[in-house]
Design a protein around this ligand. Sequence first.
Ligand SMILES: O=C(CO)[C@H](O)[C@H](O)COP(=O)(O)O
Length: 228
Amino acid sequence: MSDQNIAKKKAGEYAATLIEPGMTIGIGTGSTVYFFIQALAKKIQEGLIIKGVPTSKQTQELATELNIPLVDLNNVDQLDITVDGADEIDPQLQLIKGGGGALLQEKIVAAASKRMIVIADESKYVQTLGKFPLPVEVIDFGWKHTMKHLQQLGCERIVLRKKDDKIFVSDHGHYILDCYFQQIKDAAQLHHQINNIAGVAENGLFINIATSAVIAYKDGSIKEINKS
Ligand SMILES: O=C(CO)[C@H](O)[C@H](O)COP(=O)(O)O
């Protein structure tokens, strides 16, 4: 396993130790959360009783395979905690998410949670957001016009996401435009501006949603950052 994957595993396993009996948990998406799901499934096998709400079809399938009990978000009043990965995390715990294309459902689930713990290896922790292209989920109808409006917000390049040479379609039937900003100076303002564009379903900026981050380093250490 690569050093990066060892760190991802460490972060995922650490997050699983924070889960308490009876909790309802938002279960994130991605290669870091994969390790959290494995560790959670083990705890359930050993007797832990929890309920999970998945943030994507991919997570739903993996959780079902591992016998993690799932519930529909509409049948839950509030989630206790969501554990999810991120593409970038800044010191104020603002995030870029959506590298895996699940940002819309991830944000709905996180917003329904009392707490959101972000788990990541050290490469995701940055001083300023924006080096990672910001994913914007858009309605397929007229997407080129939505893209023109996004261009006016100062991103230098926008790429329609593809997978295996075909347009990538999200779990909710939308397209994803990856926006290269390089540096996002005011993430809260940009979030607002993007979501005001007709045709945008959601963008990958998570502003004031994460309450703590678990960052795992190559030297084996773990740093927990809590929202002040
Ligand atoms: O936002 C996400 C999916 O939409 C993921 O959490 C994010 O892309 C990080 O994934 P990974 O842990 O595989 O690096």
